[in-house]
Design a protein around this ligand. Structure first.
Ligand code: SF4
Length: 371
C-alpha cells in the first residue's frame, strides 16, 4: 500500500495535526532544549519506556553527563548505575559506545544526517529519523508503535503490522506524508497523538484532529486496528542464586558479561536451573561448582521474585548460603566480596534489587541485619 492505493476519499493527515500539537503538546524537559545531545538521549530513553518513567532518569543523566564528552569519558559502571531501573540496559551500553565514536569520528558533534546517525550503535531507523528531524530539521520520517497505530487506523489497514512487507509500506507512507518544512514537529505530533489520543484501547476520536479523515473511525473499526498476530506465550525459566557470605559478613556478587541480557550489571552467583537437576537447591550447587568452583551449603530461602523480559519470564530463587570450600578472596576477576550496605552502590537488575530488598527486610524482622 502507498498513498495511491488508498480510496479517493482519503486525504491523510493535514495541517490540523500541527495546529493540535501547538495547542496540546505536553511540556516535556527534552522539548525545552535544542541541544542534539539532549534530544538524542531522550529518544533512546523513550524507546519502549513511558514518558513519566523517563523524566527523572533523563534529568539525572543529563545533570551528570551534560554533553557527549562527559558520557564518553565515564565508567560503564556509573552509566549503568544511573540507568538502573529503566530497563533495556543495552541502550545504555550502546549510548556510551556511540558517544565514544562521536568523539573519535566526529570531533564530539553528533552527525546531522539520519543516514550517518544510523551507523552509530543503538540508533536504528526510527531513532535516526527522530533525532535528525527534531534536532536538525531533516525530512526524515519516524515509525514507532504509536505512529504505526495511527496510520493503521487512518488507513483502516487490514494487514498484520508485524509483517515486514506491511512495515515497509507504512514507512513509505510516513515518508510520503512527512511535512516538508516542519518534519520535527510533524513527527512529534504523530507520536504524541498515538500516545495520548489514538491510544491502543479506547482511542479518544472526538478529540482527535484527524477524525474527519480517519477511515477506521468512519467504518467503526478502530478496535480492530492495528491487526497483529497474537504474541506467543513467553517461556518460563527458574534461576537460582546464592547470597554467599564469608567470615567477614561480606556477600559475593558477580558482574554479568557485557554482551547479553543485562550485560555489565551485577548479580549474585548462580545460574539457570535445568530439567535434570534433582531440585532447585541442587541446581544452585551445580551452578556454583561449574561457574566459580565453589561448594556452598544453602540455608534459609528468600521469597522468590518474578520478572518478565521481552521474550521470556523468570522466577529468581535465592538462598543464604555458607561457603563450604572455595577461595575466600574473589574467585574470579568479575566477582567481588562486598558488605551488604555497599550493595546499593552497584547496579543490579530489577529482580536482584527486589531480592536485596526482601533479604534486608527479612534480616531486619529477625533482628539479624546483615552486617
Ligand atoms: Fe485514532 Fe480515532 Fe484519530 Fe482515527 S479518529 S486516528 S482512530 S483517534
Amino acid at each position: 500500500m502507498d498513498s495511491s492505493d488508498l480510496p479517493p476519499e482519503f486525504t491523510g493527515p493535514d495541517e490540523g495535526l500541527l495546529d493540535w500539537y501547538e495547542r496540546e503538546a505536553a511540556d516535556l524537559p527534552w522539548r525545552r532544549s535544542r541541544d542534539p545531545w539532549a534530544i538524542w538521549l531522550a529518544e533512546i530513553m523513550l524507546q519502549q519506556t513511558q514518558v513519566r518513567t523517563v523524566i527523572p532518569y533523563y534529568e539525572r543523566f543529563l545533570r551528570r553527563f551534560p554533553n557527549i564528552a562527559t558520557l564518553a569519558a565515564a565508567d560503564l559502571d556509573e552509566v549503568l548505575k544511573l540507568w538502573e531501573g529503566l530497563g533495556y540496559y543495552r541502550r545504555a551500553r550502546n549510548l556510551q559506545r556511540a558517544a565514544r565514536q562521536v568523539m573519535e569520528a566526529y570531533d564530539g558533534c553528533l552527525p546531522r544526517r539520519a543516514a550517518d546517525l544510523q551507523r552509530l550503535p543503538g540508533i536504528g531507523r526510527y531513532s535516526a529519523g527522530a533525532i535528525a528531524s527534531i534536532a536538525f530539521g531533516e525530512a526524515a520520517a519516524v515509525l514507532d508503535g504509536n505512529v504505526m497505530r495511527v496510520f493503521a487506523r487512518l488507513t483502516d489497514l487490514d494487514e498484520d503490522i508485524t509483517r515486514s512487507a506491511t512495515q515497509r509500506r507504512l514507512w513509505a507512507l510516513a515518508q510520503d506524508w512527512l511535512h516538508p518544512t516542519r518534519p520535527g514537529a510533524w513527527n512529534q505530533a504523530l507520536m504524541e497523538l498515538g500516545r495520548r489520543v489514538c491510544r491502543p484501547r479506547q482511542p479518544d476520536c472526538p478529540r482527535c484532529p484527524l477524525q474527519t479523515s480517519c477511515l477506521a473511525r468512519a467504518r467503526g473499526t478502530q478496535a480492530q486496528r492495528p491487526r497483529r498476530r497474537p504474541r506467543p506465550e513467553r517461556p518460563h525459566h527458574d534461576h537460582v542464586v546464592a547470597l554467599l557470605r564469608n567470615a567477614q559478613g561480606q556477600v559475593l556478587i558477580q558482574r554479568r558479561p557485557e554482551e547479553g541480557l543485562l550485560g555489565g550489571l551485577w548479580t549474585f552467583p548462580g545460574g539457570r536451573a535445568m530439567a535434570e537437576d534433582a531440585s532447585l537447591k541442587a541446581a544452585l550447587q551445580r551452578c556454583l561448582r561449574e561457574t566459580l568452583a565453589l561448594e556452598a551449603r544453602p540455608g534459609a530461602a528468600l521469597a522468590p521474585v518474578q520478572q518478565g523480559f521481552t521474550h521470556f519470564r523468570i522466577t529468581l530463587h535465592a538462598w543464604e548460603c555458607a561457603l563450604v570450600c572455595g577461595p575466600e578472596e574473589s574467585p574470579s576477576p568479575e566477582t567481588a566480596w562486598v558488605q551488604p550496605e555497599e550493595l546499593d552502590s552497584y547496579s543490579f537488575g530489577g529482580a536482584e534489587r527486589a531480592l536485596i530488598a526482601n533479604w534486608l527486610t527479612a534480616a531486619t524482622r529477625s533482628n539479624a541485619t546483615p552486617r
